[in-house]
Design a protein around this ligand. Structure first.
Ligand code: IDP
Length: 141
């Protein structure tokens, strides 16, 4: 498997809990490298655009409200099979269903406030990296 890049967001609940470092340490321990990062407050328009794929879902407004409720920590992670590796580290969307030892099992409170976002496929990773880091290559070299 070749080196890959993926987008990770540490969501407002985890930032508020002061566990950015603990979450990043899990990425690093799994062999993923942080190659870009920014702390930012999303605007409503940013959050609606980022989650546009979910705009018809009943939870869309709650999701957007939550994502703009405080600062987020956005990173590009690079490594072998980074997209899947990050999804494995994150655990299931609903922390109650997430495997023990995953980020969501350990740090998330609910399906709404679930600590992290991670790209789910190469196509979405490319779009999401471009969304937050327009200056960097979406693919590793
Ligand atoms: P993912 O973050 O695990 O990839 P997605 O299905 O892409 O999950 O959903 C995006 C985000 O929308 C989730 O992380 C979660 O915060 C929120 N979400 C998904 N499904 C529900 C739901 O049924 N109720 C409330 N929020 C949800």
């Amino acid at each position: 498997m070749s080196a890959e890049r993926t987008l990770s967001i540490i969501k407002p609940d985890a930032v508020a809990k002061n566990v950015i470092g603990q979450i990043v340490a899990r990425f690093e321990s799994a062999g993923l490298k942080v190659i870009a990062a920014r702390m930012m407050q999303l605007s409503r328009a940013d959050a609606e655009r980022f989650y546009a794929v979910h705009s018809a879902r009943p939870f869309f407004k709650d999701l957007v409200d939550f994502m703009i409720s405080g600062p987020v920590f956005v990173q590009v992670l690079e490594g072998e099979g980074a997209i899947l590796k990050n999804r494995d580290l994150m655990g299931a969307t609903d922390p109650k269903k997430a495997e023990k030892g995953t980020i969501r099992a350990d740090f998330a409170d609910s399906i709404d406030a679930n600590a992290v976002h991670g790209s789910d496929a190469p196509e979405t990773a490319a779009v999401e990296i471009g969304f937050f880091f327009p200056g960097i290559n979406v693919h590793s070299r």
